[in-house]
Design a protein around this ligand. Sequence first.
Ligand code: PEP
Ligand code: MN
Length: 362
Amino acid sequence: MSHNLDIVPASEWGFFTLPRPMCIAGPCSAETEEQLYATAKGLSEFGIHVFRAGIWKPRTHPGSFEGVGAPGLKWMRRIKQELGMHICTEVASEKHVLECIKYGVDMVWVGARTSANPFLMQEIADALEGTDMPVLVKNPVNPDLDLWIGALERLNRAGLRKLGVIHRGFSTSASIPYRNDPGWRIAIEMRTRYPQMPFFADPSHMAGDRKYLLELSQRAMDLGLDGLMVESHCCPQEAWSDAKQQLTPPDLQNLLESLAIRENTSENEAYREGIDALRARIDVIDENLLKLLKDRNAVSQAIGRYKKEHNVAILQAVRWEQLLADMIARGAALGLSERAITAIMTAIHDESVRVQNEVLEG
Ligand code: PEP
Ligand code: MN
């Protein structure tokens, strides 16, 4: 089932001025005013305009650093005022949302442990109702596309239209080099269902280690995703959370510069003309295929009537097997794969049986 979402494109949020990838960067956690400011300054110096930092941290073990809370929002506000950056943080409750509104946070995101929880999602949506806060929703920790979409629907129903998603991979018990299973298939499915939705990847949490950041970021770009959320810290080895996966601002600049960004189709005139011409040819061929299928259906009906008159069963298994083998052989001579011919002819034959059945029962 497909659910409609009413989304405002990211180009209208007024945040992202750089071409693809749109980049959100900043430390896993706000730790001290100095750490936060130094990181933000380093990022703004090479053109990052959207700054992230965790103020409340969902940690696996109690007793780990759980975030500085509201004082961190004051430090964030200073970054907004002095460096002109847009600031964003993670919210997981009504209280977090109210604090963010109070301190002028420009955008919030919902973490993977929260998007997996419909009660919390509803609480957050209710708290945001009446604002036009942009909200990015991370995929739930488990690979459940509907749960992810449900989280977006709750926000949308509360009147929020500046919505986007962040793909950060899925928890896994498999032994893989990354911290999370990238599960790109689900990202592609989400992208296909909602092509207008601003789509970020979070290579930091997916990787768990800075050495994999480039390959995962490149993959996200190759899949045509719009942006990246990357953790960056002025002094990663001293970070209070996620130390292994954070990059210094200059290292992040290097990473972004070494990404190969394939042309976004709409921007290149010559490409557009070429692809439009090719697509027009495909469209004509598809139209002809439809006409042929219609003619074929008419013949199937005639066969149905004829079999009915002569009291013959519809499915003639031997004939069908011969026909398929024959088509596979002829297809091979034309360079068409057995797999494709089998799938296409099976679908066509099923339809023919259906049409003949209709005649028989009619
Ligand atoms: C984060 O972005 O700091 C975070 C906690 O990420 P996730 O919700 O993806 O684990
Ligand atoms: Mn983190």
